[in-house]
Ligand binder design. Structure first.
Ligand SMILES: Cc1ncc(COP(=O)(O)O)c(C=O)c1O
Length: 389
């Protein structure tokens, strides 16, 4: 199994920096923001909790996550929640426990296909609208009888688009018709201002929602994800897998996560500031690529003309200007579509002081260290450059 494409892009950034070359880091989808002090304190206060604890997570965390979803219009009991070291292992366990064919949006986040392959599950990629397979095409594929699960990403990585409620309703109808499990990856849910309809509001019994702390609170390295199950048998199967693979999430992190999911005002404010920052800088970068601003998350998915393949686009941007992006084909897209995934969340500065200034600025795109990245990018994207491949 090759190293995840997103981690490989991160390596490319480190290599150029070591050589003293300029870098515009648009490759890695990490929410580059400081840990909120409330959470840092909660984590250190909980350092003494050294026991494994329950496989599905400590009651305080399962309770808090249930409250988080209930406040978003998805009434949830603590017993429906399973916590894990990241939503990634949860997705892996869900796909494996369910088994059968998996329909993925084209394009979609790299790990769904890789995880399906690890389980030996057949994957069908379906043209997508903002992270949701086109319902008509999905219906046609499902009629062939090979599908068991469909994955959706709301809002989407890599496109930064959010599928609108009518598309979700149609998808749910198709899932009902063909008895499909819907895995709804809502890890970017709090990073959009648009209306988000979760499939779990429409057909709750056949949906697993996943989320976590990696994006909205920028705690990817703390490794904490949660899943909300509509079906007890699938939940129990995932807990069985968890007990044999990771035992339980790190207990001190669970205590801090319980605080995070209880959403005290200071953290609500931090998430709001982060959302604002991602959307604002995302819009500034989108203008340079001449592509619409993101609906949510911190991704753009522009088409770049003048090249034969998306890899040529990525190589050109990296070699001539140190602009690191990922080709759309890494996400299962057609290389000839010449689309690239642009992640804008590592532009906020090198120090915590710069990142905090960006979080509280009304015009973060004009802070000198962000404006400098935008200027390098603007030079890289000058139309004259693209004319000469
Ligand atoms: C769509 C999507 N789902 C899940 C994850 C991983 O989340 P976690 O850190 O909870 O494992 C990512 C992170 O890149 C992502 O983009």
């Amino acid at each position: 199994m090759p190293v995840s494409a997103t981690l490989a892009a991160n390596d490319a950034i480190a290599r150029r920096r070591a050589q003293g070359l300029p870098v515009v880091p648009l490759g890695f989808g990490e929410a580059g923001l400081p840990v909120h002090p409330l959470l840092a304190k909660a984590l250190s206060d909980a350092a003494g909790f050294a026991g494994y604890g329950p496989v599905a997570g400590i009651p305080a965390l399962r309770d808090a996550a249930a409250g988080y979803w209930s406040r978003r219009g998805l009434p949830t009991e603590a017993s429906q929640v399973v916590a894990a070291p990241g939503s990634k292992p949860l997705l892996w366990a869900i796909l494996g426990a369910r088994g059968g064919g998996v329909a993925l949006p084209r394009p979609s986040w790299v790990s769904y296909a890789a995880q399906s392959a690890m389980h030996g599950l057949p994957v069908v990629r379906v043209r997508s609208v903002g992270g949701v397979p086109d319902p008509v095409e999905l219906d046609a594929v499902a009629r062939e009888g090979r599908l068991s699960t469909v994955v959706v990403t709301l809002p989407d990585n890599p496109t930064g688009r959010l599928a609108p409620p009518p598309v979700i309703r149609e998808l749910c109808e198709v899932a009902e018709r063909h008895d499909l499990l819907i895995v709804s990856d809502e890890i970017y849910r709090d990073l959009t201002e648009m209306e988000l309809l979760s499939p779990a509001s429409v057909v709750p019994h056949r949906v697993v929602v996943t989320s976590g702390l990696s994006k909205s609170l920028a705690l990817g390295g703390w490794r904490l994800g949660v899943a909300r199950f509509g079906d007890d048998a699938l939940r129990d199967a995932v807990i069985d897998m968890a007990s044999e693979v990771w035992s339980a999430p790190a207990q001190p992190v669970q205590h801090a996560a319980a605080l995070a999911f209880s959403e005290p005002p200071a953290l609500v404010e931090r998430v709001a500031q982060s959302r604002n920052l991602h959307l604002r800088v995302g819009a500034a970068v989108a203008a340079l690529f001449d592509t619409p601003p993101p609906d949510g998350a911190f991704y753009l998915y522009p088409h770049v003309p003048g090249f034969d393949t998306d890899r040529q686009v990525a190589e050109h941007l990296l070699a001539s200007n140190g602009v690191v992006v990922l080709p759309g084909s890494e996400f299962g897209d057609d290389p000839a579509a010449c689309r690239i995934r642009v992640a804008t969340s590592l532009l906020y500065g090198d120090t915590d002081a710069q990142k905090l200034a960006a979080l509280t600025s009304d015009t973060p795109e004009s802070l000198p260290w962000i404006a400098a990245h935008l200027a390098t990018l603007a030079a890289a994207l000058h139309p004259g450059e693209f004319a000469h491949k």
